[in-house]
Design a protein around this ligand. Structure first.
Ligand SMILES: [Zn+2]
Length: 351
């Protein structure tokens, strides 16, 4: 997972509480939706030229406004991945079915959005199994992807998920919709998406729905299309699962990337402890590179490896340059009380 840092932030600690409170409200609202039912037809497929794919994800549903979300997605020819909460699916199976009928992929976001890293292995196992069962019985689809609530994970949780056939997927870009972001802020955050990457959004938020047409206009202008998240790689691929098209290199420059060209940096979080966590960032598309990473205050990066770091005046934005140690660098971040935020990759530049 990543959390974005873009300008001044409110204190971050209420994230979990805010999230939990909203879930309770949404669970109640879901009952209303069940009564009204949903009328959703098959999704028309878009034939736009795609240079790459991104994964749009909506967490915490189904909710009382899942039908409204699906209408917006269909109107914009979007197929997205819905990370559903098991008990919401159980309470409103018709909304989960409507997601699939609208062309969405359904995935596992735990049974009731608990902090799973404090569970025992067997608790994790039953939580994820119960959620898989609810989704499968509502939709006929067995989930292949899992996103831990709050992006909080550890090696036990990852191995439990894996044993159930679930690929863990966090995110590359945080829309900040859960944090009260405006429509324009959500659109701006989404504009950082690069091919293969995944963005975190939520079911049940009006600003998120209102941002979708502008998000799609931005993606289309950059030749990016909404895709599915590959259960084997966790990256966004074409909706039918085929890898993205390879573009022929420009004549006369067969192998050398243009100076200052792009690359892709992908972060994972292999270790999470009570007071700190490790981030591992792998760069693709360049052998020498500069990656800019931001952490969320009051978190602080304490140690780095396999790169040469420099810092902006705030100390929260790190520019990491390759130093001949390969294409994966890492760093340790002290949470300083904010255990939920994760670093955001702002850019990857070749050379
Ligand atoms: Zn969630």
């Amino acid at each position: 997972m990543f959390a974005s840092i873009s300008g001044p932030r409110r204190p971050s600690l209420p994230r979990a509480a805010r999230h939990a409170r909203r879930l309770a409200v949404l669970a109640t609202a879901a009952v209303a939706l069940a009564a009204t039912g949903l009328a959703v037809a098959a999704t028309p497929s878009s034939a736009a030229a795609c240079n790459g794919y991104v994964g749009l994800t909506f967490d915490d549903g189904p909710t009382g406004s899942t039908g409204a979300l699906l209408s917006v997605l269909r109107a914009n020819n979007v197929r997205a991945t819905m990370f559903n909460v098991g008990q919401n699916v159980q309470g409103n199976p018709s909304a989960a079915r409507a997601q699939v009928d609208a062309g969405m992929w359904v995935a596992n976001h735990s049974w009731n959005h608990a902090h799973m890293t404090s569970m025992s292995q067997s608790q994790m196992q039953s939580d994820l199994s119960q959620t898989n069962s609810a989704i499968q019985s509502a939709t006929g689809v067995r989930p292949q992807l899992f996103r831990p609530p709050y992006g909080e994970t550890n090696s036990t949780l990852q191995s439990v998920a894996s044993s159930l056939g679930l690929r863990q997927v966090i995110w590359d870009v945080d829309s900040q919709d859960w944090n009260g972001a405006s429509v324009s802020q959500i659109v701006s955050n989404a504009s950082r998406l690069q091919a293969g990457q995944v963005i975190l959004m939520h079911d049940g938020i009006q600003n998120t729905r209102d941002a979708i047409p502008q998000i799609m206009a931005n993606l289309n202008s950059r030749g990016l299309c909404p895709g599915m998240i590959s259960p084997s790689t966790g990256r966004a691929v074409a909706p039918d699962g085929t890898p993205p098209p390879t573009t022929a290199p420009p004549t006369g420059s067969p192998t050398t990337p243009p100076p200052g060209g792009g690359c892709t940096a992908t972060a994972t979080f292999p270790n999470v402890w009570g007071d700190r966590y490790n981030t591992s960032v792998t760069v693709q598309g360049a052998s020498t590179w500069t990656v800019v990473v931001a952490v969320t205050a009051p978190q602080r990066i304490s140690t780095t490896w396999n790169g040469t770091p420099s810092w902006d005046s705030t100390g929260y934005v790190m520019t990491m340059r390759s130093n001949g140690s390969g294409n994966t660098f890492g760093f340790t971040t002290m949470t300083n009380g904010n255990s939920s935020a994760r670093p955001q990759i702002r850019s990857c530049t070749a050379g």
